[in-house]
Design a protein around this ligand. Structure first.
Ligand SMILES: *[C@@H]1O[C@H](CO)[C@@H](O)[C@H](O)[C@H]1NC(C)=O
Ligand SMILES: *[C@@H]1O[C@H](CO)[C@@H](O)[C@H](O)[C@H]1NC(C)=O
Length: 430
C-alpha cells in the first residue's frame, strides 16, 4: 500500500504547525471542550463520539478525577454538544480558538529559542538532524560505553537511530535491559527530550548516586521512532502543507497477539486513531519489534513514552491482565509516586493502572506488543500536559525531564532486582 494514500489533512496536523501566517487557519473554528465525566457511561459516550465524529482527544478524562479535553471541528460541534446535553453531561469551553492557541505556542517556542543560547538538546524542541548529530557525538566521545545503531530507514528514507549504553557491551546476560522509546506520535514533542535527557544523565552528566544504573543495567534508547511525522510536524522552517502522516504508531498487531481485538480502531486512514493497513505495515514499528526480538529474554522494562495526561499504563488494552500484573502495577506505582513527588501544582497526580481500566479499550498498542513480545514489564507513560494538551510551552521541558528521570531511575532499580530474581531462578534450574 502506498503511504501517500495515508497522507491526510487531519485536524491534528496543525497542532504541530509553524509560525507561518495562515498555517493554522484550518482550525480557526475548532474549539477544545472540557467534559466533566461522572462515571464510565460518560466515558463510553465520549469515546463513541470520538469515533463517530472523528474527534481529536487531547485528554482522555477519568470519571470524578480528571476532565476530558476534546477538540471539535465546527461541523461536528452541534452534534457533539447535543449528544452531551441529552445525557446531562457537563461541558465547558477550554480553548475557544485553536488557531490562536497554536500561534501562541509558536510564539512561546520562538521566544524560548531566542531567550537563552546555546541550549542543550533536551531543553528545546530540536529537529531530527540535531538529534541524530547529538547521538553521533555522544557515541563518538564514549566508545566504550555507547554504541550508535542505525535500525534502518523510515518510510520516507530517514535513518532511525538508537543508542545502546552498557559498561559490558551488552555481553553480560545477568543484567536486565531497559528499553525506552519516544515520539511514536509526531505531535508529542516533549517526549524526545526526555529520552535525550536520560542519555545525558546516564553518560555525560552521571551523578555518583546513579552509577549503579549504568553498572547494573544495559540501556536501549530510541528517542525518535517517527522521524517522518516529526519532521513534517515540526517543519516550522519548511514550506510544507499542513498534514499529518498516519503515525506509524498504533499498529502493533492484532495478528501477533493472536487476539481478537479490533475495539476502537477505525479503518478510515484519515481517522486520527487509524491503526495502519496491517500489523507492522510501517517500517518504524518493525524496528522496535526487531529490538524486542533480539533481546527477548533480557528486556525487563519497555517504556513507551507519550504525551500527555500523567498516566503510567500497562497491558492489555482489552482489559485482561498479564500474569505478572501485580509487580507491573507496583513498579508503575513507584514510578508515579517518584514523579508526583516533584510535580508542579498545575499538573495532575499520576494515575497508574491497566490501560483499559484507567482509560478505555485499545488494540494494537506498543505497550501490548512489548508485553507479548517478551518484555517482562511494558508501560505506556503519558507525560504532563499542564492544561496545554500537546502544546506544552518549552519552558516546562527542564522540569519534565528531571521529574521523569526520577521515575525512570526508580523503575530501573526495581527492575534490576526483579530481573536478578528471574535470572537466578532460571540459572539454578539448569
Ligand atoms: C452514570 O450517571 C448517569 C447520570 O447520573 C446515569 O444515568 C447512569 O446510569 C450512570 N452510569 C453508571 C454506569 O453508573
Ligand atoms: C482565531 O484566531 C485567529 C488568530 O488569532 C484569527 O485570525 C481568527 O479570526 C480567529 N477565529 C475566530 C473564529 O475567532
Amino acid at each position: 500500500m502506498q503511504r501517500s494514500v495515508l497522507v491526510c489533512v487531519c485536524a491534528a496536523a496543525a497542532v504541530l504547525g509553524g509560525a507561518r501566517a495562515g498555517r493554522h487557519d484550518a482550525y480557526s473554528s475548532s474549539a477544545v471542550f472540557g467534559v466533566q465525566l461522572r462515571n464510565t457511561s460518560d466515558l463510553e459516550l465520549l469515546h463513541n463520539l470520538e469515533l463517530n465524529l472523528d474527534l481529536d482527544m487531547w485528554q482522555y478524562g477519568m470519571p470524578q478525577v480528571r476532565d476530558a479535553m476534546v477538540m471539535v471541528p465546527p461541523h461536528a460541534r452541534g452534534k457533539f454538544l447535543s449528544a452531551l446535553d441529552k445525557e446531562g453531561v457537563s461541558h465547558y469551553m477550554h480553548v475557544e480558538n485553536v488557531t490562536q492557541a497554536l500561534e501562541t505556542h509558536d510564539e512561546d517556542i520562538a521566544r524560548w529559542k531566542s531567550s537563552r543560547a546555546p541550549r542543550l538538546i533536551f531543553q528545546d524542541y530540536m529537529r531530527y538532524a540535531d538529534i541524530n548529530a547529538e547521538m553521533e557525538r555522544i557515541a563518538g566521545r564514549h566508545p566504550n560505553l555507547v554504541t550508535l545503531v542505525n535500525a534502518g530507514k523510515s518510510f520516507e528514507g530517514r535513518d532511525i537511530k538508537y543508542l545502546k549504553i552498557s559498561t559490558t557491551n551488552f555481553e553480560d546476560h545477568s543484567k536486565p535491559i531497559y528499553f525506552m522509546e519516544a515520539m511514536i506520535h509526531a505531535r508529542e514533542w516533549v517526549t524526545t527530550p526526555v529520552a535525550m535527557y536520560s542519555v545525558y544523565r546516564l553518560v555525560e552528566n552521571r551523578r555518583s548516586q546513579d552509577q549503579d544504573l549504568l553498572d547494573d543495567i544495559d540501556w536501549i534508547i530510541l528517542p525518535l521512532v517517527n522521524p517522518d511525522g516529526y519532521e513534517t510536524a515540526s517543519g516550522v522552517r519548511q514550506d510544507r502543507p499542513t498534514r499529518l502522516l498516519t503515525p506509524p504508531a498504533s499498529e502493533w498487531t492484532a495478528i501477533e497477539l493472536r487476539r481478537s481485538h479490533g475495539v476502537g480502531t477505525p479503518t478510515n486512514p484519515c481517522a486520527i486513531t487509524y491503526a495502519g493497513a496491517r500489523p507492522f505495515s510501517e517500517p518504524e514499528t518493525g524496528y522496535v519489534r526487531d529490538i524486542l526480538a533480539e533481546h527477548k529474554d533480557r528486556v525487563q522494562i519497555f517504556m513507551d513514552i507519550h504525551s500527555h495526561g500523567n498516566y503510567v499504563l500497562f497491558a492489555y488494552g482489552d482489559g485482561t491482565l498479564p500474569p505478572n500484573a501485580l509487580p507491573i502495577f507496583l513498579v508503575g506505582s513507584a514510578m508515579g509516586a517518584a514523579m508526583d513527588a516533584m510535580k508542579l501544582p498545575q499538573a495532575g497526580f499520576y494515575r497508574v493502572g491497566n490501560s483499559a481500566t484507567v482509560l478505555y479499550s485499545t488494540s494494537g498498542s506498543a505497550q501490548d506488543y512489548g508485553q507479548v513480545a517478551g518484555a517482562a514489564m511494558s508501560y505506556t507513560l503519558e507525560l504532563p500536559g499542564y492544561g496545554y494538551g500537546f502544546l506544552v510551552p518549552p519552558s516546562y521541558q527542564d522540569h519534565i525531564n528531571e521529574e521523569t528521570w526520577q521515575g525512570i531511575a526508580v523503575t530501573a532499580r526495581l527492575s534490576r532486582q526483579l530481573y536478578r530474581d528471574r535470572y537466578s531462578a532460571a540459572n539454578t534450574q539448569r
